[in-house]
Design a binder for this molecule. Structure first.
Ligand SMILES: [Zn+2]
Length: 334
């Protein structure tokens, strides 16, 4: 995803670079004061909510899925690791009873002009239900960690940015066969969210393709709501309400109801205040397909688009909290 230029966030210095600094300088005192007040605030908010063992959602298994996905290595569109991921996911969801289909399309490689095969992965639960909810994430990883201060052409595994939404849906899948509701649920994993090599390249290829298909070949069902998950596994989780999501009048009630669910469950990481405005897959779903879709995203992630976006920067607890809130919100849908 990408924030619009006026909101483009300056990357905070990654914590792993700070170790050396902390030993030495005269700035130390000031810096430490600042860092400690920041971290104690975070810890205070984190201790208000339930501990991992008290959350009735299997965050540890979700985290193992995250590791399993990252073990495939970088997963940019069209890569062998992306193909391996698609196979792994298709088997995973089918084994749990989901109806899995691939929505294939092609794209011209921005660097060499070759044809890149892409595919969104769709998983339907209770396909006979005509009123449906779309839960989605992107599953491609950015070709390079171009915001990395040391190695911008290094290896980008995308644990949080690309892996976290996938892991969350892999775990949520265990609960879907028994989901009692008038709503059916579709998972969609978007390809080509950030198959970008320069600032002028096009984002959101998979979600745009999906949205255009929904409008051009209308299915015999209707999506009432869409929820996009992006960067939801940060070990230091803070989920403000994304700016576009709250500014759209048809989507605002969705945001309110998810954050109210979190408040009822006492999950303080869902902070009921407007956060950054982010360009992400939800724009295509909302603007083209007219599906009210919010983006659940923790954009304050120091390892964004760096080689350090690794499983160790993520946590089972964060996945558990987002998964639990999502499931309870689904159960409460009227
Ligand atoms: Zn990204």
């Amino acid at each position: 995803m990408t924030p619009p230029a006026p909101h483009r966030r300056r990357l905070t210095r990654p914590a792993w670079l700070l170790g050396g600094v902390i030993v030495a300088t005269a700035l130390l005192g000031t810096y430490l004061l600042f860092a400690q007040s920041g971290s104690s605030q975070r810890h205070r908010s984190a201790t208000v909510g339930p501990a991992l063992s008290e959350i009735p959602f299997n965050g540890q298994r979700a985290y193992r899925y995250l590791q399993q996905i990252c073990d495939l290595g970088p997963r940019p569109s069209g890569s062998p690791a992306m193909a391996a991921q698609q196979k792994l996911l298709a088997e995973h969801f089918a084994n749990l009873g989901g109806k899995v289909t691939r929505q294939e399309f092609r794209y011209r490689h921005p660097l060499d002009g070759s044809t890149v095969p892409m595919a969104n992965l769709l998983v339907e639960w209770h396909p006979e239900r005509k009123e449906r909810v779309l839960l989605c994430a992107h599953y491609d990883t950015r070709p390079f960690p171009d915001r990395d201060p040391v190695d911008p052409r290094g290896s980008f595994v995308g644990a949080n940015d690309g892996g976290s939404g996938v892991a969350l849906l892999m775990e949520l899948a265990h609960e879907m066969p028994d989901f009692q509701s008038r709503y059916g649920v579709d998972f969609v994993l978007f390809d080509g969210e950030e198959f970008v090599f320069s600032d002028t390249d096009t984002y959101f290829l998979g979600s745009e393709w999906f949205a255009r298909q929904y409008v051009g070949n209308p299915p015999p069902y209707h999506y009432r709501w869409g929820v996009l998950f992006d960067m939801v596994a940060d070990a230091d989780l803070q989920l403000f309400q994304e700016g576009n999501s709250v500014s759209w009048s048809d989507t605002r009630p969705l945001v309110d109801s998810i954050w109210q669910t979190a408040a009822r469950l006492r999950v303080p990481e869902f902070i009921p205040r407007r956060g950054q405005t982010v360009r992400d897959d939800h724009l295509k779903l909302h603007n083209i397909a007219k599906i009210p879709t919010c983006d659940i995203i923790d954009f304050d992630y120091p390892y964004w688009h760096t080689v350090e976006d690794l499983p160790r920067r993520c946590s089972a607890e964060s996945l558990a909290k987002v998964g639990w809130v999502t499931r309870e919100w689904l159960r409460g849908l009227k």
